[in-house]
Design a protein around this ligand. Structure first.
Ligand SMILES: NC(=O)c1ccc[n+]([C@@H]2O[C@H](COP(=O)([O-])OP(=O)(O)OC[C@H]3O[C@@H](n4cnc5c(N)ncnc54)[C@H](OP(=O)(O)O)[C@@H]3O)[C@@H](O)[C@H]2O)c1
Length: 234
């Protein structure tokens, strides 16, 4: 797909991986609409990027947001949905485990209602996460949700031909989601990426590069692209 003049929507497009992807799409000449819970309040995005407030967990608002934008060529979601549950399963609070699936329900709303507006030549990219296929202690919730997203992508791909859907699976990426932890950032990242084949966090731009590949290459559908510095092999 040539991205020039294509109409794109990016859920979670105001921060981290989604923000870098929105800017990369704009640089390729796409018309970009970003969505997040506080998008309209943010001033640090280029003016040509249109912004919408919407919680992906609210199905009616997701449906209305698509209806207000109209036909699309590209749908992306990197919206985290709710809280990230990092806890060992034997001690896990079941309410937190259930809450962690907000990301899956959000993505389901985006795909289900986005398909009503996606052109025949269009493509979807969802962002999962490397615990989907390599789960370290404390990551059971992240793993369960990520694996479900990747399974959804494989299943939906068969049902939406000729439209395409793929997942991008990031390893540790230097975005606000992790910076919020407040720990000494460099030391924290060093510990988390030690032993990876590329022992550093990835950048949101490296993920955006992967997402653009999944959009542009029309022979790719129903698959998962790992951008993880070799974490799966470490
Ligand atoms: N960074 C990593 O190391 C890493 C690793 C593996 C997987 N991932 C996955 O990659 C995706 C992007 O992560 P990131 O690091 O770029 O996170 P981020 O910088 O925190 O950005 C998350 C974005 O999602 C939006 N968002 C969150 N909940 C939302 C909701 N309920 N409805 C609508 N928008 C919502 C946020 O905006 P508002 O707050 O305004 O809503 C923000 O724009 C996530 O799905 C994450 O699980 C990240």
């Amino acid at each position: 797909m040539n991205l020039n003049k294509k109409r794109a929507i990016v859920f979670g497009g105001t921060s981290g991986i989604g923000r870098a992807t929105s800017i990369a799409l704009m640089a390729q000449g796409a018309e970009v609409h970003v969505v997040s819970r506080h998008a309209e309040a943010l001033n640090d995005l280029p003016e040509t990027i249109r912004r919408y407030n919407c919680d992906v967990c609210d199905e009616d608002t997701v449906r209305a947001t698509f209806a207000s934008i109209g036909p699309l060529d590209i749908i992306i979601s990197s919206a985290t949905g709710g809280s990230r549950t990092l806890s060992h399963f034997p001690e896990m609070d079941m309410a937190s485990y259930r809450d962690s699936f907000a990301k899956l329900w959000g993505y389901a709303h985006v795909v289900r209602h986005g398909l009503e507006w996606l052109r025949e030549s269009g493509a979807i990219v969802l962002v999962s996460g490397s615990p989907a296929r390599r789960c370290d202690p404390g990551q059971v919730a992240l793993s369960s949700v990520g694996a479900a997203i990747e399974a959804m992508v494989r299943g939906v791909a068969k049902e939406i031909v000729p439209r395409r859907i793929n997942a991008l699976c990031p390893g540790l990426i230097d975005t606000p989601i992790l910076q919020k932890k407040g720990a000494d950032r460099v030391e924290h990242y060093k510990q988390l990426t030690e032993g990876n084949l590329v022992p550093r966090p990835g950048t949101p731009e490296e993920c955006a590069h992967g997402i653009l590949f999944l959009l542009e290459n029309e022979f790719v559908t129903g698959t998962v692209l790992d951008i993880d510095g070799g974490r799966l092999l470490s």
